[in-house]
Design a protein around this ligand. Structure first.
Ligand code: ASP
Length: 302
């Protein structure tokens, strides 16, 4: 039986390894996505997701996360949530709500508290040190704000053919308080329909949103494109249009999988890592780069 999971950035590997054993034994894709993303959220070494995430301009960690079920098309999302350990679990729980399934800021925190989610101060000593150091450099003018980011996003397929996606991020480093990126926005940061497949994105949310790129990739797969073709087509088009109309394009990287377990990725940057595992492929990390408009891939770690 087919199963698979694909995720943005090398930081996802540990979680992918953990749940690939489960998927191979019949774990469902919703649990797989939630469990694997929690591994990243809980590790302070990963500075752009969950505990130890990148602070906003007020040195607060405000997190965005989303969960989508490709069978029911249910969506749950939180944005700008503070002081809760696992935003992905809150997003998943919200996805079963008929109303009020996307909550922001204080409303999201109130819901999380009422529903028994674990509270935690997500700011670490390391994040504060990085904040202080970068703030100094920004004032000196040697770096520009918004340079640090990275979202963990995952698409998973289980042996029953069910697909789910999830995202979790602290968004752009030094973002304005209340800023929300693409990651919790349906169609932009994520989309899945298990009649077709799913996609997730990472990069500059403000630009990713302009192309609703995750929905676009699923739409292209639905028209019959293979995942790799769909991912490249969507990234190339958005990158080209942004450059044509606005003079520049921010970072855009995507991973996707169809309901046969075939996968694809694309990027407009020169260093995008991702982790993937399927029934036929042990958990593996690849490095992807954009060379002259085409995405090239090389093996990093098996
Ligand atoms: N897309 C995220 C955001 O803009 C950041 C990232 O994926 O690097 O919030």
């Amino acid at each position: 039986m087919k199963w698979g999971i694909i995720a943005t950035w090398e930081m996802a590997l540990e979680g992918v390894i953990k749940v690939s054993n489960g998927l191979d034994k019949g774990m469902n894709s919703a649990d797989a996505v939630e469990e694997a993303i929690k591994v990243v959220e809980n590790n302070p070494k990963y500075r752009s997701v969950g505990y130890g995430g990148l602070p906003n301009e007020d040195c607060e960690v405000e997190l965005d996360a989303a969960f989508m079920d490709g069978d029911t098309l249910s969506i749950g999302a939180v944005a700008g949530i503070r002081n809760f350990k696992n935003p992905i679990s809150i997003a998943r729980k919200l996805s079963i709500e008929r109303f009020n399934c996307f909550l922001v800021g204080f409303g999201a925190e109130k819901y999380a508290l009422a529903n028994g989610f674990e509270e935690k101060n997500m700011l670490t000593k390391e994040s504060i040190d990085i904040y202080e150091e970068k703030k100094k450099k920004i004032i000196e003018g040697s770096i520009s704000p918004y340079e640090g980011h990275d979202t963990v996003g995952m698409v998973s397929l289980d042996m029953d053919g069910k697909m789910c996606v999830g995202t979790s991020t602290s968004g752009l480093f030094m973002k304005k308080k209340g800023r929300v990126g693409d990651s919790p926005i349906p169609g932009s940061g994520f989309y899945v329909d298990d009649n077709i497949g799913g996609a997730v994105a990472t990069g500059l949310g403000e630009d990713i949103m302009k192309g609703c790129i995750s929905y676009e990739i699923v739409r292209l797969m639905g028209e019959g494109h293979k995942p790799q073709e769909a991912a490249e087509k969507a990234v190339e088009k958005l990158n080209r249009e942004l450059i044509k109309r606005r003079g520049k394009a921010g970072d855009i990287s995507v991973v996707c999988m169809n309901n046969k377990g075939e996968w694809g990725i694309a990027t407009n940057i020169d260093k995008f890592t991702f982790a993937v595992a399927t029934a036929d492929l042990n958990p593996t990390v690849y490095l992807a780069r954009n060379e002259g408009g085409k995405t090239r891939m090389e093996l990093v770690k098996e």
